[in-house]
Design a protein around this ligand. Structure first.
Ligand code: HPA
Length: 268
């Protein structure tokens, strides 16, 4: 990680990012359109850095100013289901923390469990349930970043959720706050699993975000998570689930999603 950090510090030179942004499915364009004079650093150029393998994810950092705030965006993230070790999945977040990032905005696509949501709903994460069966903080503690047993009672900042709710008011989308449950994937869930997750208190289900949020919270970074609800979860419709549906919905609401994100980041 030290090599990767030093390479990034050399590339960024005097640029000190205040906020990190992880762009999920369909939001990659945000980095090129919302950031003034965006500059990029491909993951493949960074020593010891993982590469993204998912179609539709670009695989680079993009940095620059967003309404006067220096931001570092990830265009493409690392999922546990791709076969990465947890350490690799969260390495970008640890590097952000060491670069001095104070806020993390993390986005994703998620399946809808809450029956009052619909595809296209934008959901700010109020909390999460870690269903990954592992934790990214397992192993020696990074004492320079945070404590061995970090509190997780407010992983997703109330303050930032309030800003997100305000920013959503005039947008032509359904906005909600809810609990995100992370599974490893890559298979989608069964209808019985979705029923069980609903009973457990989950509103949405997805295959990312929780490792990054745990590591950011450990490092004292203020986190804001926003899901694009892309599909009814398994068993909630007669249609089989496909990645195409996920991409189509994410594309349909991408303008509102980008507006919401850029307002929250700039007001935060
Ligand atoms: N399940 C898990 N992950 C997802 C889904 C889903 O239904 N939709 C988008 N990501």
């Amino acid at each position: 990680m030290q090599d990767a950090l030093e390479y990034l510090q050399n590339q960024l030179k005097d640029f000190s990012p205040e906020a990190g942004i992880i762009l999920g499915s369909g939001l990659g364009f945000f980095a090129d359109e919302a950031i003034e004079n965006p500059r990029s650093i491909p993951y493949e150029d960074i020593p010891n850095f993982p590469r993204s393998t998912v179609e539709g994810h670009k695989g680079q950092f993009v940095y620059g100013m967003l309404s006067g705030k220096p931001v570092l965006c990830m265009q493409g993230r690392f999922h546990f289901y791709e076969g990465y070790k947890m350490d690799q999945v969260v390495m970008p977040i640890r590097i952000m923390a060491l670069l001095g990032v104070k806020q993390l905005f993390v986005t994703n696509a998620a399946g809808c469990i809450n029956t009052t949501y619909k595809p296209g709903t934008l959901m700010a994460l109020s909390d999460h349930i870690n269903g990954l069966g592992t934790n990214p903080l397992i192993g020696p503690n990074h004492d320079d970043l945070g404590t061995r047993f970090p509190d997780m009672s407010e992983v997703y900042s109330k303050r930032l959720r309030k800003l997100a709710a305000e920013a959503s008011k005039d947008l032509p989308i359904h906005y909600a706050e809810g609990v995100y449950l992370a599974v490893t994937g890559p298979s989608y869930e069964t209808p019985a699993e979705i029923k069980a997750f609903r009973t457990l208190g989950a509103d949405a289900v997805g295959m990312s975000t929780v490792p990054e949020a745990i590591v950011a919270n450990h490092a004292g970074i203020e986190v804001c998570g926003i899901s694009c609800i892309t599909n009814l979860a398994a068993g909630m419709s007669d249609q089989p689930l496909t990645h195409d549906e996920v991409k189509e919905t994410a594309d349909r609401v991408r303008t509102s999603f980008a507006t919401l994100l850029s307002r929250v980041v700039s007001n935060a």
